[in-house]
Design a binder for this molecule. Structure first.
Ligand SMILES: N[C@@H](CCC(=O)N[C@@H](CS)C(=O)NCC(=O)O)C(=O)O
Length: 240
Protein backbone atom coordinates (compact mmCIF):
# COMPACT_ATOMS: atom_id res chain seq x y z
CA UNK A 1 0.00 0.00 0.00
CA UNK A 2 1.28 3.49 -0.86
CA UNK A 3 2.32 5.63 2.09
CA UNK A 4 0.35 8.78 2.78
CA UNK A 5 2.18 11.86 1.60
CA UNK A 6 3.18 14.35 4.30
CA UNK A 7 0.54 16.76 2.97
CA UNK A 8 -2.21 14.13 3.31
CA UNK A 9 -1.07 13.23 6.81
CA UNK A 10 -1.24 16.88 7.81
CA UNK A 11 -4.69 17.30 6.36
CA UNK A 12 -5.91 14.32 8.41
CA UNK A 13 -4.34 15.75 11.50
CA UNK A 14 -6.43 18.87 11.11
CA UNK A 15 -9.62 16.92 10.38
CA UNK A 16 -9.75 14.35 13.16
CA UNK A 17 -9.94 16.77 16.10
CA UNK A 18 -13.28 17.97 14.72
CA UNK A 19 -14.80 14.50 14.84
CA UNK A 20 -14.30 13.44 18.43
CA UNK A 21 -15.02 14.70 21.91
CA UNK A 22 -11.78 14.93 23.76
CA UNK A 23 -10.86 15.66 27.31
CA UNK A 24 -7.86 15.60 29.61
CA UNK A 25 -7.43 12.10 31.02
CA UNK A 26 -4.28 11.67 33.11
CA UNK A 27 -1.34 13.79 34.24
CA UNK A 28 1.46 11.26 34.50
CA UNK A 29 4.42 12.06 36.76
CA UNK A 30 6.93 10.45 39.07
CA UNK A 31 7.08 10.52 42.85
CA UNK A 32 9.63 9.30 45.38
CA UNK A 33 7.17 7.65 47.79
CA UNK A 34 3.73 6.61 46.56
CA UNK A 35 2.06 6.28 49.98
CA UNK A 36 3.39 9.67 51.13
CA UNK A 37 1.84 11.38 48.09
CA UNK A 38 -1.43 9.43 48.37
CA UNK A 39 -1.72 10.53 52.02
CA UNK A 40 -1.00 14.16 51.10
CA UNK A 41 -3.46 14.35 48.18
CA UNK A 42 -6.28 12.56 50.02
CA UNK A 43 -5.87 14.34 53.37
CA UNK A 44 -4.88 17.82 52.18
CA UNK A 45 -6.72 18.17 48.85
CA UNK A 46 -9.60 15.74 49.39
CA UNK A 47 -8.75 13.64 46.32
CA UNK A 48 -9.87 10.02 46.21
CA UNK A 49 -7.54 7.10 45.61
CA UNK A 50 -9.13 5.51 42.53
CA UNK A 51 -6.80 2.58 41.93
CA UNK A 52 -3.29 1.28 42.48
CA UNK A 53 -1.29 -1.23 40.49
CA UNK A 54 2.10 -2.80 40.96
CA UNK A 55 4.17 -3.92 37.98
CA UNK A 56 7.08 -5.78 39.61
CA UNK A 57 8.44 -7.14 36.33
CA UNK A 58 9.04 -3.52 35.25
CA UNK A 59 9.90 -2.37 38.81
CA UNK A 60 7.26 0.34 39.16
CA UNK A 61 3.90 1.01 40.79
CA UNK A 62 1.11 3.43 39.85
CA UNK A 63 -1.61 5.17 41.81
CA UNK A 64 -4.50 7.08 40.24
CA UNK A 65 -6.14 9.88 42.24
CA UNK A 66 -8.73 12.53 41.44
CA UNK A 67 -11.92 14.25 42.46
CA UNK A 68 -14.18 11.78 40.67
CA UNK A 69 -14.10 8.60 38.59
CA UNK A 70 -11.61 8.32 35.75
CA UNK A 71 -14.50 7.84 33.30
CA UNK A 72 -15.49 11.47 33.76
CA UNK A 73 -12.63 13.28 35.53
CA UNK A 74 -9.08 14.39 34.93
CA UNK A 75 -6.88 12.41 37.31
CA UNK A 76 -3.24 12.21 38.33
CA UNK A 77 -1.34 9.02 37.55
CA UNK A 78 1.59 8.79 39.97
CA UNK A 79 4.51 6.56 39.09
CA UNK A 80 6.88 5.16 41.68
CA UNK A 81 10.02 3.57 40.24
CA UNK A 82 11.47 1.07 42.70
CA UNK A 83 14.34 2.66 44.63
CA UNK A 84 14.11 6.16 43.07
CA UNK A 85 13.29 8.61 45.85
CA UNK A 86 13.63 12.01 44.16
CA UNK A 87 13.44 13.71 40.77
CA UNK A 88 14.41 16.96 39.08
CA UNK A 89 11.15 18.79 38.40
CA UNK A 90 12.69 21.28 35.93
CA UNK A 91 11.41 24.78 35.22
CA UNK A 92 9.01 24.20 32.32
CA UNK A 93 6.22 22.76 34.38
CA UNK A 94 4.42 25.38 36.47
CA UNK A 95 1.66 23.79 38.51
CA UNK A 96 -1.62 21.96 38.69
CA UNK A 97 -4.56 23.99 39.93
CA UNK A 98 -7.34 22.96 42.27
CA UNK A 99 -10.55 24.98 42.44
CA UNK A 100 -12.06 25.45 45.86
CA UNK A 101 -14.94 27.51 47.20
CA UNK A 102 -12.85 28.70 50.18
CA UNK A 103 -9.11 28.97 49.59
CA UNK A 104 -8.51 30.27 53.14
CA UNK A 105 -10.15 27.21 54.73
CA UNK A 106 -8.32 24.82 52.41
CA UNK A 107 -4.96 26.39 53.24
CA UNK A 108 -5.72 26.22 56.96
CA UNK A 109 -6.46 22.50 56.57
CA UNK A 110 -3.30 21.87 54.54
CA UNK A 111 -1.18 23.73 57.08
CA UNK A 112 -2.75 21.80 59.96
CA UNK A 113 -1.74 18.56 58.19
CA UNK A 114 1.85 19.78 57.88
CA UNK A 115 1.69 20.92 54.23
CA UNK A 116 4.11 23.47 52.79
CA UNK A 117 2.25 26.68 51.89
CA UNK A 118 4.53 28.69 49.57
CA UNK A 119 2.14 31.57 48.84
CA UNK A 120 -0.41 32.70 51.39
CA UNK A 121 -4.03 33.02 50.26
CA UNK A 122 -4.99 36.43 48.92
CA UNK A 123 -5.86 38.23 45.70
CA UNK A 124 -3.80 37.45 42.62
CA UNK A 125 -1.11 40.08 41.94
CA UNK A 126 -2.80 42.45 39.51
CA UNK A 127 -6.17 40.63 39.82
CA UNK A 128 -9.11 39.89 42.08
CA UNK A 129 -9.26 36.07 42.22
CA UNK A 130 -8.06 34.71 45.55
CA UNK A 131 -5.31 32.12 45.18
CA UNK A 132 -2.60 30.32 47.17
CA UNK A 133 0.26 27.97 46.30
CA UNK A 134 1.34 24.80 48.10
CA UNK A 135 4.10 22.31 47.42
CA UNK A 136 3.52 18.58 47.66
CA UNK A 137 6.09 16.25 49.29
CA UNK A 138 8.10 15.93 46.02
CA UNK A 139 8.08 19.68 45.35
CA UNK A 140 5.28 19.74 42.73
CA UNK A 141 3.35 22.99 42.99
CA UNK A 142 -0.43 23.20 43.26
CA UNK A 143 -2.23 26.50 42.83
CA UNK A 144 -5.46 26.73 44.84
CA UNK A 145 -8.03 28.96 43.14
CA UNK A 146 -11.14 30.27 44.84
CA UNK A 147 -14.18 29.93 42.58
CA UNK A 148 -17.77 28.66 42.65
CA UNK A 149 -18.77 25.00 42.52
CA UNK A 150 -17.33 23.13 39.55
CA UNK A 151 -17.67 19.59 38.20
CA UNK A 152 -13.85 19.39 37.85
CA UNK A 153 -11.84 20.75 40.79
CA UNK A 154 -8.55 19.62 39.18
CA UNK A 155 -8.92 22.53 36.81
CA UNK A 156 -5.58 23.55 35.27
CA UNK A 157 -2.20 22.32 34.09
CA UNK A 158 0.23 25.23 33.79
CA UNK A 159 3.23 24.97 31.49
CA UNK A 160 5.80 27.67 30.71
CA UNK A 161 6.57 28.13 27.02
CA UNK A 162 9.20 30.05 25.08
CA UNK A 163 6.99 31.11 22.16
CA UNK A 164 3.31 31.55 22.93
CA UNK A 165 2.12 31.86 19.32
CA UNK A 166 3.89 28.68 18.30
CA UNK A 167 2.50 26.73 21.28
CA UNK A 168 -1.06 27.97 20.78
CA UNK A 169 -0.90 26.83 17.17
CA UNK A 170 0.39 23.40 18.25
CA UNK A 171 -2.36 22.73 20.80
CA UNK A 172 -5.04 24.02 18.43
CA UNK A 173 -3.91 22.11 15.38
CA UNK A 174 -2.42 18.92 16.77
CA UNK A 175 -4.77 18.37 19.71
CA UNK A 176 -7.85 20.31 18.62
CA UNK A 177 -7.99 22.58 21.68
CA UNK A 178 -9.78 25.90 21.62
CA UNK A 179 -8.04 29.10 22.63
CA UNK A 180 -10.34 30.25 25.44
CA UNK A 181 -8.63 33.53 26.38
CA UNK A 182 -5.31 35.31 26.63
CA UNK A 183 -4.21 37.71 29.35
CA UNK A 184 -1.23 40.03 29.08
CA UNK A 185 0.28 41.38 32.30
CA UNK A 186 2.97 43.83 31.16
CA UNK A 187 3.43 45.07 34.74
CA UNK A 188 4.51 41.53 35.71
CA UNK A 189 6.10 40.75 32.33
CA UNK A 190 4.10 37.67 31.40
CA UNK A 191 1.29 36.61 29.07
CA UNK A 192 -1.10 33.70 29.63
CA UNK A 193 -3.14 31.65 27.19
CA UNK A 194 -5.89 29.29 28.33
CA UNK A 195 -6.68 26.38 26.00
CA UNK A 196 -9.03 23.44 26.32
CA UNK A 197 -11.97 21.46 25.05
CA UNK A 198 -14.66 23.37 26.97
CA UNK A 199 -15.02 26.40 29.22
CA UNK A 200 -12.72 26.88 32.18
CA UNK A 201 -15.41 26.42 34.84
CA UNK A 202 -16.53 23.13 33.25
CA UNK A 203 -13.37 21.15 32.68
CA UNK A 204 -9.58 21.05 32.99
CA UNK A 205 -7.70 23.55 30.84
CA UNK A 206 -4.11 24.07 29.82
CA UNK A 207 -2.61 27.37 30.98
CA UNK A 208 0.42 28.42 28.96
CA UNK A 209 2.66 31.07 30.50
CA UNK A 210 5.08 33.14 28.49
CA UNK A 211 7.55 35.17 30.58
CA UNK A 212 8.83 38.11 28.54
CA UNK A 213 12.20 37.30 26.99
CA UNK A 214 12.46 33.73 28.38
CA UNK A 215 12.66 31.31 25.49
CA UNK A 216 13.90 28.12 27.17
CA UNK A 217 13.03 26.02 30.18
CA UNK A 218 14.38 22.78 31.56
CA UNK A 219 12.34 19.60 31.44
CA UNK A 220 13.89 17.70 34.36
CA UNK A 221 13.02 14.01 34.64
CA UNK A 222 9.95 14.02 36.84
CA UNK A 223 7.09 14.59 34.42
CA UNK A 224 6.06 12.16 31.76
CA UNK A 225 3.00 13.39 29.89
CA UNK A 226 -0.59 14.54 29.93
CA UNK A 227 -2.97 12.16 28.19
CA UNK A 228 -5.95 13.49 26.30
CA UNK A 229 -8.69 11.37 24.82
CA UNK A 230 -12.08 10.93 23.26
CA UNK A 231 -14.13 9.66 26.22
CA UNK A 232 -12.99 6.26 27.30
CA UNK A 233 -9.67 5.40 25.73
CA UNK A 234 -6.28 7.03 25.55
CA UNK A 235 -5.66 8.34 22.08
CA UNK A 236 -3.15 11.06 22.52
CA UNK A 237 -0.75 12.82 24.82
CA UNK A 238 1.52 15.78 25.03
CA UNK A 239 4.83 15.84 26.82
CA UNK A 240 5.68 18.32 29.49
N1 LIG B 1 6.65 34.48 36.29
C1 LIG B 1 5.45 33.74 36.54
C2 LIG B 1 4.37 34.24 35.58
C3 LIG B 1 3.01 33.62 35.77
C4 LIG B 1 2.28 34.20 36.97
O1 LIG B 1 2.77 35.12 37.65
N2 LIG B 1 1.10 33.68 37.23
C5 LIG B 1 0.26 34.16 38.29
C6 LIG B 1 -0.98 33.33 38.39
S1 LIG B 1 -1.97 33.46 36.95
C7 LIG B 1 0.98 34.05 39.62
O2 LIG B 1 1.68 33.08 39.85
N3 LIG B 1 0.83 35.05 40.49
C8 LIG B 1 1.48 35.04 41.76
C9 LIG B 1 0.77 35.88 42.77
O3 LIG B 1 -0.29 36.45 42.49
O4 LIG B 1 1.31 35.92 43.89
C10 LIG B 1 5.71 32.24 36.31
O5 LIG B 1 6.47 31.89 35.40
O6 LIG B 1 5.16 31.42 37.06
Amino acid sequence: MAEASPAAANAELLEWPKKDKRRFLHAVYRVGDLDRTIKFYTECFGMKLLRKRDVPEEKYSNAFLGFGPEQSHFVVELTYNYGVTSYDIGTGFGHFAIATEDVYKLVENIRAKGGNVTREPGPLKGGTTHIAFVKDPDGYIFELIQRGPTPEPLCQVMLRVGDLGRSIKFYEKALGMKLLRTVDKPEYKYTLAMLGYAEEDQTTVLELTYNYGVTEYTKGNAYAQVNTSPSGSISNYFFI
